[in-house]
Design a protein around this ligand. Structure first.
Ligand code: 1YM
Length: 643
């Protein structure tokens, strides 16, 4: 191919320096160069298509992970503008892909809607961090294309054909000298696109994985119900109180969209979004939502004499028990704060959400007295449980004050008091607990053995949790309280490690503990303090050879391959399959599972915890049908499960 000589003006030289900065410090622009940052590249490009859908010009976005980790994103919008840009002297499309922060500021069309404030860093960043990128635009009867390498223009925009359609197709290969890996995770992308489809009513979005010919995958999302479909999806395994979600939508200075569905469960699930970005840390919009919800329900309960004059007001947490809600707002210039920059700071948004909620929600309650009554009955029993829980908690506190030590008797604590370096192993079973106590390094490792059946958290309100003899030692050992009292700065161990067998019962304990942490000590998971120990599945031994431990079946295959290369036959070594932690002696347990030099620890993410919570809800919840389905489809894993 003929090499194209690009003429650089002063503007362009500045541009190149700009993109060079992105390559030098990618973390500044996309957060990290891990797989998370890699996914971010895809979101950046998809967001441009979503903005086009929000502006009313695009109905479909198709994402494909092609063989070789090339990602292609196609939309059927207007196509990125192609005319020469007055400031840069090159096409607007090339400007968007080569000028840092060019984004929506260029088109000059006010129809361009609020763009994703968090990842609004734009296409030029993706381009800068790609080995190559190719952009094809169908517009004004033609097909136009441009091509870049590491952000630099190799072929500027040129017409390559005719077309009656319009749209934009972007294909790029992330730069493997920048990213730790190019292994896109289908499930992660799928989850985000499902979320986008819920948040953008009517938009069709698909994702296809063509990397492995034998295992092609495709998911397609399209929800005419928008946020209503979202809460129904979140509640699919729960028992709804209001069968049709309460739906609120208001355009205006700050467009607000809310869907609410109460369930018979005890947990509170409120998801909030700003410009389609999940605001994990909440912020002013969530504040407005909660304040209004509390006010509207209390007002209604008073005016309908459900609360008597002498009764105290219901508290926010009473009114949010069992709620599933999605709150989505669009903000022109969002200010993001907080540790992970996912907390909305704009103060004007609180009032906008409150006034919308007050108006819609109070008329909804007036018009649907049966739903109002059912929800309020639940709120009132929640408030009774709260008072009972407080009494129980005070009892625990008083008891602790009387005892010399507030630590549970079964805990074998470590000697260091520096929480950061300390770890507590929560160990299933007595014999494993004994081995762990003997095998540990007592300077920084504490052991808390747990045994017996766990409490059914789903069916218990907070009062039972405080009084539960299995969970109390966990609460006391972690030392930071529980629920709304939980204070992450007080944790006694930097690592809380769940050590359970690799069998069904072990997975039951893990699910229970993760669900408990997720619901009652969530910051512990958010802060990355919860881990799973990974004991080996096999030991290979032979006289004169050092023992080999294998943690997975793949490990085992690899170990056999390695041995074969050394001329050692398969049947010359003996394989021990570990059925439980209890089969290991203290030294083995230390060597394989507890020694920081050798062990494998898996950090629990919020996604893991949400999954555990979901499984738990299915297994323990009131709904029989999903439980039956789950058990049938997972029969081989759950046959001994005690539920
Ligand atoms: C697969 C990625 O980038 N689609 C896309 C981007 C733009 C437009 C349409 C667009 C915007 C406007 C006018 C406008 C962008 N344009 C710009 C800029 N899909 C994808 N589809 N016409 C078309 O904002 O007024 C930036 S993105 F700056 F050139 F307008």
């Amino acid at each position: 191919m003929e090499k194209f000589e690009h003429e650089y003006g002063a503007e362009q030289i500045q541009v190149l320096e700009g993109l060079e900065a992105v390559r030098k410090r990618p973390g500044m622009y996309i957060g990290s160069t891990s797989v998370r940052g890699l996914h971010h590249l895809v979101y950046e490009i998809v967001d441009n298509g979503v903005d086009e859908a929000l502006a009313g010009f695009c109905t479909e976005i198709n994402v494909v992970i092609e063989p070789g980790n090339v990602v292609s994103v196609k939309d059927n919008g207007r196509g990125i503008p192609i005319e020469i840009h007055p400031k840069t002297g090159i096409s607007t499309a090339e400007t968007v892909y080569t000028v840092l922060h060019a984004g929506g500021k260029f088109g000059g069309d006010s129809a361009y809607k609020v763009s994703g404030g968090l990842h609004g860093v734009g296409a030029s960043v993706v381009n800068a961090l790609s080995s190559w990128a190719e952009v094809t635009i169908e517009k004004d009867g033609g097909v136009y294309q441009m091509y870049f390498e590491k952000g630099k223009t190799v072929r500027p925009l040129e017409k390559i054909g005719d077309s009656k359609n319009t749209g934009t197709l972007v294909r790029f290969l992330a730069d493997d000298s920048i990213f730790e890996s190019l292994d896109y995770e289908f499930e992660v992308l799928e989850k985000r696109f499902r979320e986008i489809a819920f948040l953008t009513k009517g938009l069709k979005i698909s994702i296809e994985d063509k990397r492995n010919e034998e295992e092609p995958r495709k998911s397609e999302f399209h929800f005419e119900g928008g946020l209503n479909s979202f809460v129904e999806f979140l509640n699919k395994n729960k028992d709804a109180i209001n069968k049709t979600p309460i739906y609120i939508e208001k355009d205006g200075e700050v467009p607000v969209e809310i869907a609410i569905q109460y369930t018979t469960s005890y947990s509170e699930n409120i998801y909030s979004f700003v410009n389609n970005i999940n605001t994990v840390e909440g912020g002013t919009h969530l504040e407005g939502f909660k304040r209004s919800l509390t006010k509207v329900f209390n007002d209604y309960a008073r005016s309908h004499k459900i609360l008597k004059e002498k009764d105290p007001n219901l508290q926010g947490e009473d009114i949010r028990e069992g709620i599933t809600a999605v709150v989505s707002v669009k903000v022109m210039e969002p200010q993001f704060e907080g540790q992970t920059k996912t907390k909305l700071g704009n103060s004007e948004v609180t009032g906008a959400v409150m006034s919308t909620m007050n108006e819609y929600m109070s008329s909804f309650l007036e018009e649907n007295p049966n739903v109002a009554k059912a929800i309020l009955e639940k709120c009132i029993s929640a408030s009774r449980a709260r008072v009972a829980a407080r009494k129980a908690r005070e009892l625990v506190r008083r008891k602790n004050a009387l005892e010399t030590s507030t630590l549970p008797g079964k805990l074998a604590d470590c000697s260091s008091k520096n929480a950061e370096e300390c770890e507590v192993y929560i160990v299933e079973g007595d014999s494993a607990g004994g081995s762990a106590k003997q095998g540990r390094d007592r300077t920084f490792q504490a052991i808390l053995p747990l045994w017996g059946k766990m409490l059914n958290v789903e069916k218990s309100r907070a009062d039972k949790i405080y009084n539960n003899d299995k969970l109390q030692p966990v609460i006391l050992a972690v030392g930071a309280g529980i629920g709304t009292d939980f204070d992450i700065t007080k944790i006694r161990y930097g690592k809380v490690i769940i050590m359970a067998d690799a069998d069904v019962d072990g997975s039951h304990i893990r699910t229970l503990l993760l669900t408990f942490f997720f619901r009652y000590m969530r910051p512990l998971i958010e802060n990355g303090n919860v881990y799973l120990a990974q004991p080996p599945l096999y030991k290979l031994s032979k006289k004169g050879m050092e023992d080999i431990y294998c943690y997975t079946d793949e490990d085992l295959d690899k170990a056999f391959d390695d041995l074969k290369e050394k001329g050692i036959a398969r049947d010359a070594v003996s394989i021990q399959r570990y059925k439980g932690l209890g089969e290991m002696n203290p030294e083995q347990l230390w060597e394989t599972t507890m020694d920081p030099e050798n062990r494998i620890l898996i950090k629990v993410t919020m996604e893991d915890a949400i999954k555990a919570d979901e499984i738990f809800t299915i297994l323990m919840g009131d709904e029989v049908e999903p439980r039956r389905e789950f058990i049938q489809s997972n029969a081989k894993y759950v046959k001994n499960l005690d539920i």
